[in-house]
Design a protein around this ligand. Structure first.
Ligand code: ADP
Length: 248
């Protein structure tokens, strides 16, 4: 019985935690004491109705806003006071909703730029091929980005974030503006990246996408964690259904 217990302990290591995280804007409490933990290798969705505090939580994790109180801990280290670029250097990478790709460059060059930091020039073509395959863009290396669909451009932006070899990848509404087919493909991409070992937090309100991801899910409501569990249990929860209908 000893070996499985050890494995469980390793799999359960926390990579990113928040403790009592609070944020007030003037008199408005956008977050009121959120204790959250992402396990190493976990894919975790954060959902909640409009105004629940999702964007605020994301901005605090990224380091573009400071909490009013509480702590953010990455691999046991308090990073609450670190700037966004310092967190990125530690391995926390963000793919914003509005992330820009270089429209007037070929796909290959968009990836070459972030890959230069981690790879020798001669290794880059093979890494680009692997990244493009991961995000459903095989064979598009020579295409100009402006000729890709909106969804394909978003996948390229995900590949650019992954090129930084993050330990934690933060995805902000990755399916915004996508078709149903692109949304389904994006769920496959996110699951594949998670399967390769990247710990991922997804902030999203597209329920079809979250259902496809079928992962651990936390529900924010009025700036507090309202529920947490496997997506199927969250979806079945009458209380969660009521907050989405606005009756709680
Ligand atoms: P969500 O992303 O879940 O829609 P937000 O994090 O954007 O929620 O907002 C949570 C609450 O904080 C809302 O009441 C919102 O009006 C308020 N809020 C967010 N950002 C600001 C800000 N910069 N100034 C004032 N209030 C804000």
């Amino acid at each position: 019985m000893g070996a499985p217990a050890t494995k469980l302990a390793v799999a359960g290591t926390m990579i990113l935690e928040t403790r009592g995280l609070m944020k007030t804007y003037g008199g408005v409490a956008a977050l009121q004491g959120v204790d959250f933990a992402l396990k190493t290798g976990e894919l975790h969705c954060i959902i909640g109705p409009n105004g629940a505090g999702k964007s605020t939580f994301f901005k605090l994790l990224m380091g573009i806003e400071r909490p009013s109180a509480g702590q953010i801990v990455f691999k046991g280290r308090d990073i609450t006071r670190l700037q966004a670029h310092e967190r990125a250097r530690l391995g926390i990478t963000v793919k914003f909703q509005s992330m820009r790709v270089y429209q007037d460059l070929p796909v290959y060059h968009n990836l070459f730029i972030p890959l230069r930091r981690h790879h020798r020039a001669r290794e880059i073509p093979a890494v680009v091929e692997r990244l493009l395959a991961d995000v459903h863009l095989s064979g598009t290396g020579e295409e100009y980005v402006r000729n890709l669909s909106h969804g394909q451009q978003q996948w390229l932006a995900i590949a650019m974030a992954v090129a930084a070899e993050p330990e934690v990848l933060l995805l902000d509404e990755p399916t915004a503006g996508m078709s149903a087919e692109e949304t389904t493909a994006t769920a496959r991409i996110v699951k594949r990246l998670n399967g390769q070992g990247t710990s991922i937090i997804v902030i999203e309100h597209d329920m079809a996408f979250i259902r496809d991801l079928d992962s651990m899910t936390s529900v924010l409501h009025y700036g507090a964690l309202f529920a947490q569990g496997a997506f199927k249990d969250i979806e079945a929860s009458v209380e969660v259904q009521r907050i989405y209908l606005g009756t709680l």
